[in-house]
Design a protein around this ligand. Structure first.
Ligand SMILES: Nc1ncnc2c1ncn2[C@@H]1O[C@H](COP(=O)(O)OP(=O)(O)O)[C@@H](O)[C@H]1O
Ligand SMILES: [Mg+2]
Length: 367
C-alpha cells in the first residue's frame, strides 16, 4: 500500500488518534485549502480548528525561511516539480508564534500527477532549544573551570623554564607543588566530568552487592587519617534494630558508595570545621517509596554549614565557594549516585552547628 492510499482511506475515527499526536498536523487539499488540523497544530498556531479549516494554507499558516521569504512561494507544492515527494525537516518561522520544525509530504493520486494533498507536520522546538542552551552553558562552564588550573600550570612552568636560575630552591619547590596540585585538579575535573556525562545520559551502571556500610565509612575515614588528619576528629555512631553492634548491610555498588562517602567526608573536612560525626541508622519507615527499608547515613560537622538559601544550590553542577581545588561537581555526583540507588540526599543544619548531609540507601535483602 502506498503512502497515498493511507491518507485517502483515513476513517473519521482516526481524527481522535491524530488529535493525540505529539506533533501538529495540517492537511491541505489540491487547491491549498486546509482540510484538516489536529488539536496540537491548533494549539501550536494558537488558533481554533474551526477558524483554520477551509482557509488557504498559505495565508493561515505563513512560513518564513531564515531570510524572511515565504517558504510556500519558494517550494510551490502545487506547481513545482512533479517528482517532488515533500520536504525534509526544516526550521521555519511562523510570525507571532516563533520557530517550528516543519516537515512536508505531498500526496499524488497518480504517479507524477498533480499534488492532491499536502501534509504539514509541525514540531515545537522549545524543549530542544532549552536543552541546547543548557548544553552551551555547560560547555562554557567546563571551559572556564578547565582554563584556570591550566593557565596556572602553563604560567608556572614557563616562568620556571625561562628564569630557572633566578629562583631559590624553596621558590622552585613551591611553584612545582602548585603545578602538581593544579594538574591533579585538572585530572579530577575530567574524571568527574566523565561521571557527570555518564549520569546525565543514563549510562551509569551499578554493580549492586551486599556492602557493609559501617566498613565503607570506616574505610573512608581511615584514608583521611592516612593523609594526615587526626583520628580524634572523627566519630561514628551506629544504631540498628539489634543494637549498636548489629549488621549494617546495604544493597549498593561498593565503588559508588565509596565515592559518595569520600566526597561527603572530604567536604566536611574541607568546607566544614571541628569534628565530623557520622551517624548510621534505619531510615524511618514510610519515608521511602513502597515502604522499602532503607539505611540513613548522616555526615555532620561543626563548621559554618550551608546557608539555607544555598540548600537547593549545593547539589547543582559547578556550584562551589571560591575555595581553591573545588570543582563543584562533587555533590552533583553524590546526589546522582544516591538517586541511582533509589535513595535521597538532603542538606540541613546539624545539631552540632555545621552542615548535615543525610542520604539513604536500600537495605540488603535478608539471606
Ligand atoms: N560540609 C560542608 N560545609 C559547608 N559547606 C559545604 C559543605 N559541603 C559542601 N559545601 C559547599 O558546597 C559546595 C559544593 O560542594 P561540592 O559539590 O562537593 O564541590 P567542591 O567540594 O569541589 O567545592 C562547596 O564548594 C561548599 O561551598
Ligand atoms: Mg566536594
Amino acid at each position: 500500500m502506498s503512502e497515498d492510499d493511507v491518507v485517502t482511506r483515513l476513517p473519521s475515527r482516526v481524527d481522535g488518534i491524530l488529535d493525540a499526536l505529539p506533533d501538529g498536523l495540517v492537511v491541505a487539499d489540491g487547491e491549498g485549502r486546509i482540510e484538516f488540523v489536529n488539536a496540537r497544530a491548533a494549539r501550536l498556531l494558537d488558533c481554533p480548528v474551526e477558524a483554520l479549516v477551509g482557509r488557504d494554507v498559505v495565508d493561515a499558516l505563513p512560513l518564513l525561511d531564515g531570510a524572511g521569504h515565504s517558504w510556500w512561494r519558494c517550494i510551490d507544492p502545487w506547481g513545482g516539480l512533479a517528482t517532488r515527494t515533500g520536504h525534509r525537516e526544516r526550521m521555519l518561522l511562523v510570525p507571532g508564534r516563533g520557530q517550528l520544525l516543519v516537515t512536508m509530504r505531498y500526496v499524488r493520486d497518480q504517479r507524477l500527477g498533480p499534488v492532491t494533498r499536502v501534509l504539514v507536520s509541525l514540531r515545537d522546538t522549545d524543549a530542544r532549544r532549552r536543552a541546547e542552551a543548557e548544553n552551551a552553558e555547560l560547555i562554557s562552564l567546563v571551559a572556564h573551570e578547565l582554563r584556570a588550573p591550566l593557565a596556572s600550570v602553563k604560567g608556572f612552568s614557563t616562568t620556571l623554564l625561562r628564569r630557572w636560575e633566578r629562583f631559590t630552591d624553596d621558590q622552585k619547590h613551591l611553584m612545582i607543588e602548585t603545578i602538581e596540585a593544579d594538574a591533579d585538579r585538572l585530572a579530577r575535573l575530567i574524571h568527574e566530568l566523565l561521571d557527570v556525562s555518564r549520569l546525565d545520559t543514563s549510562r551509569l551502571r551499578l554493580d549492586r552487592r551486599r556492602v557493609d556500610l559501617r566498613a565503607a565509612i570506616r574505610h573512608g575515614i581511615d584514608r583521611l587519617i592516612a593523609s594526615g588528619l587526626d583520628a580524634e576528629r572523627f566519630q561514628v555512631t551506629v544504631e540498628t534494630p539489634t543494637g549498636p553492634e548489629g549488621d549494617v548491610v546495604a544493597w549498593a555498588d561498593a565503588d559508588r558508595l565509596d565515592q559518595i562517602v569520600t566526597n561527603l567526608l572530604e567536604n566536611a573536612v574541607r568546607h566544614g570545621a571541628g569534628r565530623v560525626y557520622v551517624h548510621l541508622s534505619p531510615d524511618p519507615a514510610g519515608r521511602q517509596p513502597a515502604g522499602a527499608p532503607f539505611w540513613a547515613v548522616a555526615v555532620c560537622d561543626e563548621g559554618e554549614g550551608v546557608r539555607p538559601e544555598h540548600h537547593s544550590l549545593v547539589f547543582g553542577k559547578f556550584w562551589h565557594g571560591s575555595r581553591r581545588g573545588s570543582t563543584g561537581l562533587g555533590l552533583y555526583l553524590v546526589r546522582g549516585l544516591v538517586e541511582a540507588h533509589g535513595g535521597v540526599i538532603t542538606v540541613d543544619r546539624a545539631s552540632t552547628g555545621g552542615a548535615e548531609f543525610r542520604f539513604t540507601l536500600p537495605m540488603a535483602p535478608e539471606i
